[in-house]
Design a protein around this ligand. Structure first.
Ligand code: CDP
Length: 206
C-alpha cells in the first residue's frame, strides 16, 4: 500500500505520516527533507539558493542517507528549500529517488507537497492535510521555542504565509490537492485525533 500525504507547512502532515507508517508497518519518507538537504548543500557551498546551476548540482548526486540531520530542520533550511523546490530541474533530479522509495516491498508513506499529484499519482490513498495559517504558525512557534529558538509568533506566521504562497504559485508541482485526495483539516484536531481521522478515511476507502 502506498499512502500519499500532502499539505502546507506545519499542517501536521509529517507527524501524521510517521504515525500511519508505524501503524501499517510501512517505510516513511519526509520528502521535504530532500529539498532541505539540497538547499543546505547550496548554502554550505557558499552559493545562493536562487542559483539554479548550484541547486541542480546539489540535487543530482543526492541520496537518502543523512536526511535525519538536525540542521535540516531549521527555518533557514525550510525557506531556502522552498526556493530550490520551485526549480523544475531540481524537482526532476530528485523524482526517481522518491519513486524508488515508494516502490519498496510492502509499500510506503510519503509526505510532501506533490506526492499525490506528481510523485505517486497512483497511490492507494491520498490525504491532503490542512489547518488554518494561524494554527500552523502557533504549532511551529511552539516547536521552535521548545528547541530553544526565540523567534516571535508574528515572524513565524509571516514566514509560513510567504512559503505557502511560493509553494502554491510555482509553475511546477504546485501545492494543491490531487483530484482524488481526501481533505483532512486538523485545525481543531490534536495529533491523536488527526491520526484516528486518517485511519478512518483509509479503512473506508481501501
Ligand atoms: O515541514 P514543513 O512543512 O515546514 O516543510 P517541508 O515539508 O520540510 O518542506 C520544505 C519545502 O520543500 C516546502 O516549503 C516546499 O517548497 C518544498 N517541498 C516540495 O516542493 N515538494 C515536496 N514534496 C516537499 C517539500
Amino acid at each position: 500500500m502506498i499512502i500519499a500525504v500532502d499539505g502546507p507547512a506545519a499542517s501536521g502532515k509529517g507527524t501524521l505520516a510517521l504515525r500511519l507508517a508505524r501503524h501499517y508497518g510501512l517505510s516513511h519518507l519526509d520528502t521535504g527533507l530532500i529539498y532541505r538537504a539540497v538547499a543546505l548543500r547550496v548554502l554550505k557551498a557558499g552559493e545562493r539558493p536562487g542559483d539554479e546551476a548550484a541547486a541542480v548540482k546539489a540535487a543530482r548526486n543526492l541520496d537518502l542517507d543523512g536526511l535525519d540531520s538536525e540542521e535540516l530542520r531549521s527555518s533557514a533550511a525550510g525557506e531556502a528549500a522552498s526556493i530550490v523546490a520551485a526549480m523544475p530541474a531540481v524537482r526532476r533530479a530528485v523524482l526517481r529517488l522518491q519513486r524508488e522509495f515508494a516502490k519498496r516491498d510492502g509499500g510506503a508513506v510519503l509526505d510532501g507537497r506533490d506526492i499525490g499529484t506528481v510523485v505517486c499519482p497512483d497511490a492507494d490513498i491520498k490525504l491532503f492535510v490542512t489547518a488554518s495559517p494561524e494554527e500552523r504558525a502557533r504549532r511551529r512557534h511552539e516547536e521552535l521555542r521548545a528547541s530553544g529558538g526565540d523567534v516571535s509568533y508574528d515572524e513565524v506566521l509571516a514566514e509560513i504565509n510567504a512559503r505557502d504562497e511560493r509553494d502554491r504559485a510555482r509553475a511546477v508541482a504546485p501545492l494543491k490537492p490531487a483530484g482524488d485526495a481526501h481533505l483532512l483539516d486538523t485545525s481543531d484536531l490534536d495529533i491523536e485525533a488527526a491520526f484516528r481521522a486518517a485511519v478512518a478515511i483509509i479503512e473506508r476507502h481501501n
